[in-house]
Design a protein around this ligand. Structure first.
Ligand code: TRP
Length: 332
């Protein structure tokens, strides 16, 4: 891979804030894998450790959290032979380009972004310059590789818009040729919370199944999902029962879901049975990922090698971009 792109380029990443859960896996990583396997795309996937330090974090666990993201990527099926896989902080050009970009971004615009306002609400005592710079760093992540596509959720659209705007401004003023990056909606499924409300999230207690959970843990978590008497005139469309049925569809089959729906309006669903077979189905899907993950944990040298190799490849592209931007900005 060099800057003379022959294929479209894809960039995405995950902040290093803990192990991935089922929602991340189905919603993001499965999509990354799909893109990685397309012949017309070159993909770069990173653990975004510099973005992690924009909000309060623990310096004793950050390095491990970054490696956890990389190991989950690899266990789920990202392949270092096909994609560049590394840590953001291993490629210093990200922060360099972010500084150059910051010269063309207004403070006012950054403070008005919804993502910034949310974080200010969550951490009113920790509104740092790093947090304000979050979108600029993200624009640098993307544009350093002239990425065309960013697989990410709808919540990231304002950030990607910032990247497009910076690209436009730079191209106009300095004659660079940064692309107008598009967000890529992967087929990633909406995975509902176990607690009956909203989507599966790390931050809502009891709502998420972790990729590491075994059958016993999954069974225990599902046992807490709120249900009802199991019978009625119409099948609930929201709440715990609706979410269980969505999970049945995701991990078992649509037919199975219809079977339960039929039972609901006739003899009644026995939730104990439903939860037992659902837990088994989820566990089956996770097992191969967990097995690969255990192999990776036993082989930290391999994981470090993947990170090193990925950084080396990424830096080759990154250096060219920095050189060009420095020239065009009049620094050399
Ligand atoms: N902001 C993204 C998130 O919270 C993480 C991220 C940082 C990212 N840089 C990126 C995602 C570049 C895609 C591309 O999920």
């Amino acid at each position: 891979m060099t800057n003379n792109k022959t294929k479209k380029r894809v960039f995405s990443g995950t902040r290093a804030t803990g192990r991935l859960h089922l929602g991340n896996y189905l919603g993001a990583v499965k999509g990354y894998i799909e893109l990685q396997n397309r012949e017309d795309l070159d993909c770069i996937y990173m653990a975004m450790d510099l973005h992690t330090i924009t909000t309060p974090y623990d310096q004793n666990t950050l390095a491990q959290a970054s490696r956890d993201v990389i190991m989950d990527y690899l266990a789920a099926g990202l392949d270092p032979e096909k994609s560049i896989i590394t840590l953001q902080s291993m490629v210093p050009e990200h922060t360099y380009l972010a500084f150059l970009f910051s010269s063309m971004a207004s403070v006012a615009q950054m403070t008005h972004l919804p993502t910034f306002k949310d974080k200010v609400k969550q951490h009113p005592e920790d509104v740092t310059m790093a947090l304000l710079n979050y979108p600029i760093l993200m624009a640098a992540d993307i544009l350093l590789y002239r990425s065309d596509l960013v697989p990410a959720g709808i919540d990231q659209e304002p950030h990607i818009e910032v990247a497009r705007e910076i690209a436009r401004k730079f191209n106009n003023r300095f004659g660079t040729d940064f692309p107008a990056t598009k967000r890529f909606e992967t087929k990633g499924t909406y995975v509902p919370s176990l607690m009956g409300q909203g989507k599966m999230s790390k931050s809502v207690a009891g709502s998420a199944i972790n990729l590491t959970d075994d059958l016993k843990t999954i069974t225990k978590k599902l046992s807490k999902t709120p249900t009802d008497s199991g019978q009625g005139d119409c099948v609930p469309t929201e709440g715990g029962v609706a979410n269980l049925l969505t999970l049945v569809e995701l991990f078992q089959s649509e037919e199975k879901r219809r079977e339960y729906e039929g039972l609901y309006t006739s003899s009644g669903i026995r939730y104990g049975d439903l939860k037992k077979s659902l837990a088994e189905a989820i566990s089956e899907e996770l097992k191969p990922i967990q097995e690969r993950r255990i192999e990776l944990e036993a082989n930290p040298e391999y994981v470090e090698q993947v990170i090193e190799d990925g950084a080396k490849k990424a830096r080759e592209i990154a250096r060219e971009t920095i050189k060009e931007v420095k020239e065009k900005m009049g620094l050399i």
